[in-house]
Design a protein around this ligand. Structure first.
Ligand code: CP
Ligand code: NVA
Length: 335
């Protein structure tokens, strides 16, 4: 098992199934330690810079709390405070920050900006959401499914709504890598990016996942283990708000649609939700909803990521030493 020390996390496409398993197993261990109240500060003296060029509640607060709980320090930087907003390049910013910090988390619109930052940084760069991908969210989503269902391989994940956003793209890649069957229902014109779909299809050939994209929400949700939706108007798409609401209204997740899933299906949403649009109160607050556990899991997953990218294995290996491959595979239900 190779460690993840020094790696960037720009998209799940760069991570092997075994590396995703390591993140989940580490998350599970760190969560158990937190529940027991154990103090674990392997990142003492380390600093995480968090650059936000878009709004955030969960990502910002979970990362800042994660680095603090692991003994390190987080600095939150809004776009306005940095010379980025006055035209300093991502590359130059990355080179400068690399001399002060131990890792950078960045949320911005253009995925190329994060790639440029990673290309020039000598420290790990974590994508905290771009228009194209939201890998930290998808890691949390699959961890949450694993924690609730005890396994991943062979489960049916239904995604209903805007099929062409950061969350859907990361779910597609994650499902394809992890052996989860995903069925997306989206209106015509809201399908996933064809290049990401092609990438996911090639990954699915290795894992055995089936990936389907259609327009019928009832077909997508039929027999599902997990039902997922996201906002109809992602950040930066506000100008298309009216037409999006019109096109996506038939894709609302309500109790009628959810009744097509398995009775013990869980409902997930990355949040923030627009209650009454993509999801009703009855579903979001209902017995199948796991959305607040999902949101809280962001903290544990962020801790695992920071631990693995900054410490990896070999610098003490407090977690990896105790995890042989068999245990790891069993931990994520992949055996
Ligand atoms: N799900 C998520 O990333 O939430 P925030 O936008 O609040 O960070
Ligand atoms: N697709 C949403 C996710 C928010 C966490 C957006 O980009 O606004």
């Amino acid at each position: 098992m190779s460690g993840l020390k020094g790696r960037h996390l720009l998209s799940l496409r760069d991570y092997k199934q075994s590396e995703l398993m390591l993140i989940f197993a580490t998350t599970r261990k760190l969560r158990e330690m937190a529940v027991r109240g154990e103090v674990f500060r392997p990142l003492s003296g380390k600093t995480l810079g968090m650059v936000f060029l878009q709004q955030s509640t969960r990502t910002r607060i979970s990362f800042e709390t994660a680095i603090y709980q692991l003994g390190g320090h987080g600095i939150c930087l809004s776009g306005r405070e940095l010379h980025l907003s006055r035209g300093e390049s991502m590359g130059d910013t990355a080179r400068v920050l690399s001399g002060y910090l131990d890792a950078i988390m960045i949320r911005t619109h253009r995925h190329q900006d994060v790639e440029e930052m990673a290309a020039k940084a000598s420290i790990p760069v974590i994508n905290g959401l771009t228009d194209k991908y939201h890998p930290c969210q998808a890691l949390t989503d699959f961890y949450t499914i694993l924690a609730k269902k005890g396994r991943l391989r062979g489960l049916k994940l239904s995604y209903v709504g805007d099929g062409n956003n950061n969350v859907t793209h990361s779910l597609l890649l994650g499902a394809a890598k992890l052996g989860v069957n995903i069925h997306i229902a989206a209106p015509t014109g809201y399908e996933p990016d064809p290049q990401i779909m092609a990438l996911a299809l090639s990954e699915a050939q290795l894992s055995g996942s089936s990936l389907m994209v259609g327009t019928d929400p009832i077909a997508a949700v039929a027999g599902a283990d997990v039902v997922y939706t996201d906002v109809w108007v992602s950040m930066g798409r506000e100008a298309q708000g009216k037409e999006r609401l019109r096109d996506l209204t038939p894709y609302q997740v309500n109790t009628g649609l959810l009744s097509r899933a398995k009775p013990d299906a869980i409902f997930l949403h990355c949040l923030p939700a627009k209650r009454g649009q993509e999801v009703t109160d009855a579903v979001l607050d209902g017995p199948n909803s796991a959305v607040f556990d999902q949101a809280h899991n962001r903290l544990h997953v962020q801790k695992a990521l920071l631990y693995l990218l900054l410490r990896g294995e070999g610098l003490g290996g407090e977690i990896e030493q105790n995890l042989d491959r068999g245990e790891l595979s069993r931990a994520v239900g992949l055996t």
